[in-house]
Design a protein around this ligand. Structure first.
Ligand SMILES: Cc1ncc(COP(=O)(O)O)c(C=O)c1O
Length: 385
């Protein structure tokens, strides 16, 4: 029996782990089992690996090692930051947007109902871009202690926030600024010595690293406290024995991503543009959601595509693609199992367009133009069947 080829266009959900990362994780797992908190030499050896990784990771962002707090991933980092801003820094008001990841939105919604925190949502334009003047107006009208939480790259439609502009506005109005940078770290250079940001969340599995590890960037002297309580690990901000092998994998993945950033960005961009051009030529009624057709306003790693398919055919589409070996995503994989449509697309699409299928194709350095050809041909076939 012929083995079916697998085409993976779901890199915004997670990425294939690089071979070098697998090797690094295996090496550390097999040679360094010490608990970094132990004071004997076995523990000290693990501790030294952990702290070297922290230093190397911090250097990519031009921050100090003490500002990197390892977590189990993006969700935990978002939770740690937002919860502690309210509970420990006494933030009374949060400004965010309706198209944030649920790690941010649900955390904020819970705090709002539990502790009566005021939540304001920044207006979006018709393509889901933040209206910066509205953010400024919101900051102007209230003196209460405020946290602004806006993601850098949207995981569903790829829109890029002008993170420096938002950070500067927040600074001007004395508001704290957190950005979920889960979809941008490893794909864009971020210099936090120049961007006046307070907090950021990162996940290794979005840049060819292992799952279950990430970090929170927490600006020095922020006053944040731990949500997960126990030991004094991570400078008292995150209790629990550190997963040194996973952190080493994160470090290796980040190093490789930034080492190859220019060539891989150009390559992935060319795959995305080839996909976009082929799609619009072969299926002219397809539409691009959000700003993902615009290289300046949207990440080079994804396309969110609305297909001109009637609802009765739409429900089977993802399943049929899967049967052909094609992995992509309806909205976002983080919400698979959810019966409601995408909370992001529902902010920017008409009711009528929400009934049509929107698929997210997200790309990596491991994809090829031949894969794109196969996917577009398959889409055409399924639409005409
Ligand atoms: C923008 C964004 N934030 C947060 C997360 C959650 O990260 P993790 O899966 O590491 O918890 C994701 C993952 O899908 C994401 O895309």
């Amino acid at each position: 029996m012929a083995i079916m080829r697998k085409i993976y266009f779901d890199n915004a959900a997670t990425t294939q782990v690089r071979k070098e990362v697998v090797d690094k994780v295996a090496e550390i797992l097999s040679t360094e089992f010490g608990n970094p908190s132990s004071t004997h030499s076995v523990g000290r050896s693990s501790k030294s690996i952990l702290e070297n990784c922290r230093k190397e990771i911090a250097a990519h962002f031009k921050v100090t090692a003490a500002e990197i707090i390892f977590t189990s991933g993006g969700t935990e980092a978002d939770n740690l930051i937002i919860n502690s801003c309210v509970r420990d820094l006494k933030v009374e008001r949060i400004i965010t947007s309706k198209i944030e990841h649920h790690a941010v939105l649900h955390t904020i919604q819970d705090l709002s109902s539990e502790l009566n925190i005021q939540v304001d949502y920044v207006q979006l334009d018709q393509n889901g871009m933040i209206i910066y003047d509205h953010l400024e107006n919101l900051l102007k009208i209230s003196p209460s202690k405020t946290l602004v939480s806006l993601m850098h790259v949207n995981n569903e439609i790829g829109n890029i926030l002008n993170i420096n502009k938002v950070a500067t506005i927040c600074k001007d109005y004395n508001a704290l600024f957190h950005s979920d940078t889960v979809q941008s770290v490893g794909h864009y250079n971020l210099d936090f010595s120049k961007i006046p940001i307070d907090f950021a969340a990162v996940a290794a599995h979005k840049f060819h690293g292992p799952k279950g590890v990430g970090f929170a960037f927490v600006r020095k002297n922020s006053g944040l406290k731990a949500s997960i309580k126990g030991g004094e690990q991570e400078r008292g901000l995150r209790a629990g024995t550190e997963a040194v092998y996973a952190v080493a994998g994160l470090n290796e993945a980040l190093k490789l991503s930034y080492q190859h950033l220019t060539e891989e960005t150009n390559y992935v961009k060319s795959i995305k543009n080839y996909f976009k051009d082929t799609l619009l030529r072969e299926i002219p009624d397809a539409k691009l959601n959000g700003c993902c057709g615009d290289d300046d306003l949207s990440t080079y790693t994804l396309l969110n595509v609305l297909l001109p398919i009637p609802p009765e055919k739409a429900s089977l589409l993802l399943f049929q693609l899967d049967l052909k070996g094609i992995a992509c995503s309806k909205g976002s994989a983080c919400q698979s199992g959810s019966v409601s449509g995408s909370h992001v697309l529902s902010e920017i699409l008409s009711k009528e367009d929400m009934l049509k299928p929107s698929l997210r194709f997200s790309f990596s350095t491991f994809n090829t133009t031949e894969e794109v050809d196969f996917v577009i041909e398959t889409l055409k076939e399924l639409m005409n069947s």
